[in-house]
Design a protein around this ligand. Sequence first.
Ligand SMILES: Nc1nc2c(ncn2[C@@H]2O[C@H](COP(=O)(O)OP(=O)(O)OP(=O)(O)O)[C@@H](O)[C@H]2O)c(=O)[nH]1
Ligand SMILES: *[C@@H]1O[C@H](CO)[C@@H](O)[C@H](O)[C@H]1NC(C)=O
Ligand SMILES: *[C@@H]1O[C@H](CO)[C@@H](O)[C@H](O)[C@H]1NC(C)=O
Length: 446
Amino acid sequence: MAHREPITALLLIFLRQSVLKYVLSAILICISVVTVSTHDDVFSASHAVNSQMARARDIRYLLYDVNPPEGFNLRRDVYIRMASLVKTLRKDGEDWVLVLPPWGRLYHWQSPDIHQVRIPWGEFFSLPSLQVNVPVVEFEDFIAESGGPFVDQVLVLQNYAEGWTDGKWEEKVDERPCVDKLMYSKDQQGFYRGWFWGYEETRAHKVMCMSAQGHASIIAPVLHSNITVTSVMLDRAETVLHDHYAGKDYWSTRRSMVFAKHLRLIGDDFRAKYLNSTDDSDHTVYNEDWTRMKAELGSAEGGAYLGVHLRRKDFIWGHRKDVPSLKGAVKKIRTLMKKHKLNKVFVATDADDEELEDLKRMLPEMVRFEPTLKDLELLKDGGVAIIDQWICAHARFFIGTSVSTFSFRIHEEREILGLDPKSTYNRFCGDQEKECEQPTHWKIVY
Ligand SMILES: Nc1nc2c(ncn2[C@@H]2O[C@H](COP(=O)(O)OP(=O)(O)OP(=O)(O)O)[C@@H](O)[C@H]2O)c(=O)[nH]1
Ligand SMILES: *[C@@H]1O[C@H](CO)[C@@H](O)[C@H](O)[C@H]1NC(C)=O
Ligand SMILES: *[C@@H]1O[C@H](CO)[C@@H](O)[C@H](O)[C@H]1NC(C)=O
């Protein structure tokens, strides 16, 4: 062996030298070619490069974040408001792109020992579906495209310190001193540090507070005229309201928020296996292209099971009058199963272990989606929530919890699938609740 080594080494040196020589000569040839061509073509070539750069420069990025305590389903609602703002900005002729705020650090996502931060939207939603509605990018792609972990300017939205002047509502937006303690602080280089979804290296050049009162698009003129930087982040974006709640544009965005396919498939498998529910038999066939999903109300039958969303935890800690006891809920479930001749019941709930034991005892036939720890690591709490919602959305009859955004999102999903509104807009009543107003039917505007 030993005697062959020098030969290999020599061969390598020779090869490297010849490769090097080849590369060098190739570079030299290129340079001379370029030199020649620049003489002829100098104008058009550099012109093309410049306009390309200009086009890249013209893209502006809208980032946003929501008050930390807000849950998954209100955040989905704020996305709709921001998508609407981006549409307004684009109508006004600028090339704005919405940057999707990574998921994580949500108060309710407390599954122990699993990593739940910097989760891209693609894990929960279908990006191509979102793209059809408005241009979006994941945060990491924004970092890559825009040249680094920097946000040019953060606008912290807030209410007016003085409230409504003269008790009169008017839409307005003004730069104002910060009302609350600023959650960003300057580092030694003069950059602002704060919570950028767990991306420690991300920082902002500038931060200011802005009082805003009104719908999302009141920010548009400010982003057009007062601010010229490329990337702007609206923090506390929930401060602004929907441009037109439940209007055509609201629904386009809502319909574009198609759940990620792997989550839908897991939900469908579960339906088939435990609830004898398939799209063909239940008339809930889903079109991958949401723009073609225009199911008539009542055309979908839904699987032969009762779907239940039973919100507990903080909803019962405050002893709310519109939330039932477990006993009250089970009684209602049994009544509904009998009335609608359903012998299966699927329950989605955030109940703690103690309540869950009680519930299992009182309602032994209930079916739940219970991921193993390994599944949970893959799906995360958000994925499990979506699967729960997907299964509830396909039930023949659904009952949810009063003013829970989790239940509201199920209503919308059922509306998209074309289930009869009578089977959708139902909620539990508190044990002592006298006037138990049922949820509002919001019809899709296509
Ligand atoms: N998997 C699952 N999670 C649930 C269920 N109900 C509540 N959760 C969890 O608790 C969170 C509830 O917060 P939201 O999504 O904001 O919905 P909400 O019911 O309006 O709650 P608030 O925002 O606190 O008013 C969800 O995001 C889930 O993480 C459920 O039935 N199944
Ligand atoms: C934006 O600029 C206009 C015109 O200069 C000014 O009147 C307005 O107060 C500015 N708005 C904000 C929010 O800075
Ligand atoms: C499952 O559903 C099919 C069609 O909807 C029905 O014919 C069948 O009886 C159901 N099976 C069970 C076990 O409920």
